[in-house]
Design a binder for this molecule. Sequence first.
Ligand SMILES: Nc1ncnc2c1ncn2[C@@H]1O[C@H](COP(=O)(O)OP(=O)(O)O)[C@@H](O)[C@H]1O
Ligand SMILES: [Mg+2]
Length: 251
Amino acid sequence: MKPVMLKPDSLLTLEEGFILTYPRRDVEVLKRRIEAVKRLGVNLIEFTGSKEVSNVNLLGKGTRSVIVKVWVSGYTYALKIRRLDSSIRSLKSEAENMKIANSVSVGPKLISYNSDMILMELVDGKPILEWMNTQTDSDVVRRTLFKLILDAYRLDAVGLDHGELSRASKHILVKSNNEPIILDFGSSSTNRRPSNVSSLVSYLFIRGTLPKNIQKFCQYSSREEILDGLRNYKSKPSKEALYNLIGRLGL
Ligand SMILES: Nc1ncnc2c1ncn2[C@@H]1O[C@H](COP(=O)(O)OP(=O)(O)O)[C@@H](O)[C@H]1O
Ligand SMILES: [Mg+2]
């Protein structure tokens, strides 16, 4: 399908403008948001991607936002737009938490934000389950999972709990160079004890559909040994405990 590239101002009259105020239609909010999009420096919005909302293609759709591809001075980015029915009133604390994640090289790079939008690095990747289904090389899979667990460790170490890594299928994209990226800091917090490594390891190796897939690639220990490694790490989240756990995972 041909991509649709539109200037922000044209959204006032075109059907695609609906995406800026999704799931409502509100001309006043639309006008304000078009101005906000322009202030972020966005020249063009490109309606492409695997998600579809009333015949308009998007990069993604979550419960709090919609994500579109945009162009700023000739470069592409992802723009996260707060849904009008979102329970969250502002994206500012999400952006602040992204900044903390970025300080340890985790997550899409934050470019700029306001209360309704976050402009960030566009991650061109596949959801982890889809990526895993196309893999044949166990070294590649093990390296990617290792990197992912290290990212979770870095978030633990900096005191930011992601909050949704136990349901990680929508929140991990793997790029074509096999680099995994953790997305969506909308539920993240610095006020809880971080459990990123525990949530991620239990998602990957204990629960869900991934454990069966992963068995092909990693000679990991029994469920009890993994849980024991996790308990050790939780009681003392040191690098040593992390490496002991990673050993038990066959990475
Ligand atoms: N930076 C990005 N680059 C590419 N796709 C993204 C990016 N951020 C989010 N997406 C896509 O949009 C979907 C929803 O984004 P998410 O941040 O989870 O929104 P919500 O906070 O509403 O749950 C993601 O699952 C992903 O597919
Ligand atoms: Mg989400």
